[in-house]
Design a protein around this ligand. Structure first.
Ligand code: FAD
Length: 375
């Protein structure tokens, strides 16, 4: 029996994969979106917390031209206004017993400086909608087939073309075009020894990848009204380095006042398995919070830790001008690590590049069609 052939198979339902999926399903319903997890959204999947839905990460989007373009593309996909305006709010650090404007790391930048850099931008975009809501709204707009718990374990490449995908090591599916929106590093596992050039394999192995270590806290009080990004490092240099964090606006619940704060630092991917180092990094984050806000850690309502491997990296994989792999003309790479910006907007920009290369520019909404989000 001949197997069904999808027009597009999209691997990974993070922001990048979802953006591709929504736009492509406006052209054809014969699109499948695959994810190894049981929920869509990737890093930006919604997380339930005592103060409501939160996001992994600080939801911080620097005000740059590229980021504005990325969010216009998202507004176009959602038909909703996402950007609420811009704000100038320099980050702060805790020094000499008080919070001060952060002036940089001086002569001791952390090794993961590039990962921290976006958080240091004093100008950022205010959002109507949090990224966790972007992903759930995008999934609602997707008109093809979503297959959760479907981890792609192999791209079967023959004659310079992906012939089929293997899912969970067993089932296969076929698609005329495959869009990969997972971590670039995994390509060296997904493609067999003979289907990925030695050069590409070497590049993937040489890239530096980071693991994000996130700590989300729900405080039983209002700790601060400051919404500035905090960059905390302490007084002594150690192998762990600084963290960035921010306090969300306080909320009043039936149980009393609550405030969520979210913190992130980065660890060399090689040491992610080292539970002692992960524990030490978490302790360091807490120490820094306590130094700046001595009462903040008393009476915590909830504490959540997330370790997210393979973020960042310098994405040195060489693609063809049309964002395909030289080894397979129908394999398009929408991984955010290859984008010209980091973070959530990087995911959108890379998706936009792939869609443009496939010949699908965004559908322009009439301004009156772009609605103010009412969330
Ligand atoms: C802790 C943390 C804090 C952050 N803070 C910010 C911030 O403040 N501002 C900002 O702009 N950005 C931030 N980011 C970065 C931003 O969240 C990411 O860059 C962006 O969400 C990546 O989106 P993505 O679609 O490329 O990938 P992901 O969200 O990682 O999605 C990839 C998806 O692909 C799936 N997948 C992978 N491999 C396979 C496979 N083989 N088969 C099937 N499915 C597969 C995964 O399960 C996942 O769902 C942060 C990231 C982290 C981790």
């Amino acid at each position: 029996m001949s197997q069904h052939i999808f027009d597009y198979a999209i691997v990974g339902s993070g922001l990048s994969g979802l953006a591709c999926a929504v736009r492509l399903s406006q052209e054809t319903k014969n699109v499948v979106l695959l994810d190894g997890l049981d929920q869509a959204g990737g890093v930006n999947r919604p997380i339930s917390f005592p103060t409501g839905t939160i996001n992994n990460g600080l939801r911080f989007v620097p005000d740059t031209e590229l980021n504005r373009q990325a969010l216009l593309f998202l507004e176009d996909l959602l038909g909703l206004k996402v950007v609420a305006g811009a704000e100038h709010r320099p980050p702060v650090s805790f020094e000499e017993g008080r919070l001060k404007e952060f002036v940089g790391f001086g002569e001791n930048p952390p090794e993961f400086y590039d990962q921290m850099k976006p958080f240091m931008n004093p100008d950022h975009l205010k959002l109507n909608l949090e990224p966790a809501l972007w992903t759930s709204l995008l999934l609602e707009k997707f008109q093809g087939q979503f297959m959760p718990r479907s981890y792609v374990t192999r791209f079967q490449v023959e004659n310079n073309e992906v012939q089929h995908l293997t899912i969970n090591g067993a089932k296969t599916i076929r698609a005329a075009n495959v869009i990969y929106a997972g971590p670039v590093k995994s390509l060296s596992v997904l493609m067999s020894q003979d289907s990925l050039s030695a050069r590409a394999r070497q590049k993937l192995a040489k890239n530096v990848y980071w693991t994000a270590l996130c700590l989300d806290l729900c405080h039983d009080k209002t700790v601060t009204d400051s919404e500035a990004v905090h960059i905390l490092n302490g007084t002594t240099q150690d192998e762990i380095g600084p963290c960035a964090g921010r306090f969300m606006p306080p909320t009043e619940t039936e149980q009393g006042p609550r405030q969520t704060s979210q913190w992130v630092t980065f660890l060399d991917e090689e040491v992610t398995e080292d539970s002692e180092l992960v524990g030490a990094a978490l302790k360091k984050i807490k120490r820094q919070i306590k130094r700046a806000y001595p009462e903040a850690l008393e009476g915590l309502v909830r504490e959540r830790i997330m370790v997210s491997p393979m973020v960042g990296g310098d994405g040195e994989l060489k693609l063809k001008g049309n964002q395909t792999m030289p080894e397979a003309h129908n394999l398009w790479i929408a991984s955010s690590a290859l984008a010209p910006e980091r973070g959530v907007t990087g995911a959108l920009l890379q998706a936009h590049l792939v869609l443009a290369a496939l010949g699908f520019s965004t559908r322009q909404h009439h301004p009156s069609e772009v609605l103010e989000a009412s969330f």
